[in-house]
Design a protein around this ligand. Structure first.
Ligand code: MCN
Length: 798
């Protein structure tokens, strides 16, 4: 039963209880304030003129007609940015060795390299007038040949996108032991290979990107409200792009309508809004339309892969060899180089104990929107590769896919487990989630049913996906060693007020994940205070001392740990003060449920709220103790965390139409200790929806000129509730030994597990037709065509 407050709490601790999200009433009643709800007096509006071409040279830009329109305050091009002295460059925060780093200016200078790239901006009294103004700008382009496929872009005769990057290659990077892997392939009994595509996806947060910037010239202060997942990082990005003093800039995330990764990168538009405010000394607002968002917000995924697995007759995996082309788009985005390299390749072994792994990655510029992290950010791509290979290898060996997996799992007594790609899996019990999922599915019976239906010419398929993922980024030192230009710690502040209530500040920045509820649960338990007495603040660079933000499912394991550690420091100081007042030594005090008691004399006690009062009165503190009761902690995790699980999908495919009917979706996930099981379940639901979106419906399409064909919701299918099955969920608990909460992330799991689960299910259904692989999204048409091709070869679908 969900509970609203500690009084109604049935469990002994709040941590682990399905407390109802305190965020929801405001959101559901429309009381919540989003950036677009704000319009300070004097606000003017920015509109962006974007390139309509994928690749073209800019010959001239004539802004005169736009400037003459009523209510237009200014029209700007790259020249104006240069004259202002602002560097105005979007820079990557993840570097690979020898990475080619062509400049990415906020406004295109001589060339445009993707459709949607900002070319000029106009500011007017109203949003619509600003749009009229950009429509009146006359840009002459010399169109160039374009290329949008990553592998294709490396062809000798492909057009050159940046002079600095011959063959459009930004970086070549590899991991693993090539020689040992080649040898293992030679020695293995059998090998199986597959060519597969992790198609580009459009992040569809309900609220597109939005910014309201207010420059106050007399104070030389810049206040920016924006939809962001990481206000402190955005402050740093903008301060750098504008050459503005960071301490004079405040970035605030009001309510944010989802992000899914699309709001953790620097884009030109947000900084341009701030720049306009500085030029005009007026508050300036910009909000992307859905079409603008689709063209200009970083796309997700975008990988083309050839993957091979070497196995012995007994089903043991001997080696993995993978070659991947990662599509960076027209420029290096903030995190762009991370995803095809460390974000992806390190996770290729998945749940399996594989001694020999080699992966070669080529990161490529294309005439498409830059790619950025999108829910999963590399891990869905890796899991798709290994889970497709596992299914295909089992098929090759005529083994049940669950037995093949079981045989190769990292054994439960082999954790922490070092992978051939250099990761240290913290903890795991992969058989446990598999067994639970098989039980829930009644797997044996399902296989019998499948056999019976096949007799009737019906195509039932069972797809297994045993995933794991790396999340909870840092540790900072390792992040630095592998290319990150930032630390990935988190900051937490726990502050008692004299009245005994508590405010918690955290450097993460929730945008739908329920942190206000979750962090209050954690701190109320740690301090022994009422849940309702704990307020949580995130998303404001002036209130929260420092923060790295919310992405990579890191908030609970890293941010949550920071506030646990800060709470412990508070309790320690409170213990000193309590001991002083109770006239005993600290060792004689016990702290339980918010009370400091003398061991053996429980009648002599002091509540932590009474201590807080004393701490702020400061009339009688132990010698050397400063007044006040608060602590600040910078928590740098000692390792990543590795959640895992098994998802099973049961489908029936209609061979005449290619239509897929999802009969069942079973998800058993393990994110270690759960703080709020209700929210965990919600996260699993949402992420599976997005994973099924990738598996069945979504996919970015460009034409040969680099024109985005899926640039609106009419052309790009985001699944609706009616597209999705009922989920049957459960979980196991395998705590992480590497953080004080024993918690792992859960925010992305479903996006990682679902695509291979559903593709494995559909290809399992179509096994009688000899169909081994179909590229995502498995639309009715794609599946129908695969069936047509197969039946043309074999001579009949039934
Ligand atoms: N949780 C828990 N116990 C755990 C782990 C998590 O109770 N062991 C719960 C907590 O309530 C926490 C939530 O699950 O608030 C998510 O925690 P975590 O897995 O740490 O992930 P983050 O809070 O860092 O969220 C980031 C993650 C990512 S990377 C994407 S993308 C994503 C996602 O979360 N985008 C989202 N979930 C989203 N949900 C919404 N509504 N909107 C988005 O944009």
């Amino acid at each position: 039963m969900p509970v609203e407050s500690i009084e109604a709490q049935e469990a002994e601790t709040l941590q682990g209880s399905p407390v109802e999200r305190r965020e929801d009433p405001e959101l559901l009643t429309g009381e919540a304030t989003f950036t677009d709800d704000m319009e300070p007096q004097g606000t003017v509006h920015m509109s962006v003129l974007r390139s309509q071409y994928g690749h073209a040279r800019i010959e001239s830009i004539d802004t005169s007609a736009a400037e003459e329109l009523d209510e237009v305050l200014a029209v700007y091009t790259a020249e104006d940015v240069a004259e202002s002295g602002s560097p105005g460059m979007v820079k990557p925060i993840w570097l690979l060795p020898d990475l080619k780093r062509p400049p990415y200016p906020m406004l295109a200078q001589d060339k445009v390299r993707y459709q949607g790239q900002p070319v000029a901006i106009a500011v007017a009294e109203t949003r619509y007038r600003a749009k009229d103004a950009v429509d009146a700008i006359d840009v002459r382009y010399d169109r160039l040949e374009a290329v949008t496929g990553a592998r294709e872009a490396t062809d000798e005769d492909a057009p050159t996108i940046h002079e600095e990057a011959p063959n459009n290659v930004a970086a070549e990077w590899d991991v693993g032991d090539e020689a040992a892997t080649d040898e293992a392939f030679q020695d293995a009994d059998r090998t199986v290979s597959v060519d597969l595509v992790n198609q580009r996806l459009l992040p569809t947060a309900m609220e597109p990107r939005v910014t309201l910037a207010n420059y106050r010239p007399n104070a030389n202060e810049l206040v920016v409200h924006m939809g962001t997942q990481c206000p402190h990082l955005h402050r740093r990005f903008m301060a750098d792009m504008l050459d503005f003093p960071e301490q004079k800039m405040r970035v605030i995330a009001p309510e944010v309508g989802g992000g899914f990764g699309s709001k953790d990168s620097a884009h030109p538009d947000e900084t341009l809004t701030a720049w306009c405010s500085m030029q005009l000394e007026r508050p300036v607002k910009w909000q992307a339309t859905r079409t603008e968002a689709y063209a200009s917000t970083g796309h997700g995924r975008g990988q083309e892969t050839t993957a091979e697995i070497a196995v012995d007759e007994d089903g043991s995996i001997q080696a993995l060899r993978v070659e991947t082309y990662g599509d960076l788009g027209g420029y290096l985005s903030t995190w762009g180089p991370l995803m095809p390299a460390h974000g992806y390749a390190l996770m290729l072994p998945g749940q399996y104990d594989v001694e020999n792994v080699y992966c070669e990655v080529t990161e490529v510029f294309t005439n498409a929107t830059p790619t950025e992290p999108y829910r999963g950010a590399g891990r869905p791509e890796a899991s798709y590769v290994i889970e497709r290979l596992a299914t295909l290898a089992a098929r090759e060996l005529d083994m049940d896919p669950t037995e093949f997996r079981r045989k190769n799992f990292v054994p439960r007594d082999d954790f922490p487990h070092e992978t051939a790609t250099g990761l240290l899996y913290d903890s795991g019990d992969y058989e446990k989630t598999l067994d639970r999922a098989l039980d829930m599915a009644d797997y044996e019976t399902l296989r019998e049913k499948q056999a019976a239906l096949r007799e009737e010419g019906r195509y039932l398929g069972i797809g297994i996906s045993c995933y794991n993922e790396s999340c909870g980024y840092g540790p900072s030192e390792i992040i630095g060693q592998i290319g990150g230009q930032l630390g990935l710690y988190e900051n937490g502040v726990v502050r008692f007020h004299p009245s005994g209530t508590v405010t918690v500040y955290c450097g993460t920045s929730g945008h739908g994940q329920g942190h206000e509820t979750t962090y209050a649960q954690i701190v109320a338990d740690e301090l022994g205070v009422d849940y309702d007495d704990v307020e949580v603040i995130e998303g404001d660079t002036d209130e929260v001392p420092m923060g790295m933000g919310t992405y990579g499912s890191r908030s609970v394991s890293v941010g949550g740990s920071a506030i646990v550690e800060a709470s412990k420091e508070v309790v320690e100081k409170a213990g000193d003060i309590a001991a002083h007042h109770l006239e005993v030594s600290e060792e004689d005090l016990e702290f339980e449920d918010g009370e400091f008691q003398i061991a053996g004399a429980p009648e002599r006690s002091m509540s932590i709220q009474e201590v807080a009062q004393e701490a702020y009165l400061a009339h009688d503190l132990p010698e050397g103790t400063s007044p006040g009761l608060e602590a600040t902690n910078f928590y740098d995790p000692e390792n990543l965390v590795f959640p895992f699980g098994t998802h099973i999908v049961v489908v029936e495919v209609d061979p005449n139409t290619g239509e897929i009917d999802i009969d069942r979706y079973i998800a058993v996930d393990d994110c270690g200790n759960q703080i709020n099981p209700k929210i965990v379940e919600g996260q699993v639901h949402g992420a599976i929806a997005q994973g099924l979106g990738q598996g069945l419906y979504e996919g970015v399409e460009y034409d040969e000129n680099g024109t985005l064909l899926t640039g609106s919701m009419q052309d790009y299918t985001v699944p609706k509730a009616s597209h999705l099955p009922e989920y049957e969920t459960d979980h196991t608990v395998t705590p992480s030994p590497h953080n004080p909460l024993g918690a792992k992330g859960i925010g992305e799991a479903g996006t990682i597990a679902a695509p291979p689960a559903v593709v494995n299910a559909v290809t399992d259904a179509l096994q009688p037709l000899g169909i081994d692989h179909i590229d995502m999204p498995l639309t009715d048409e794609t599946v129908w065509r695969a069936i047509q091709d197969a039946t043309a070869q074999t001579g009949g679908a039934d």
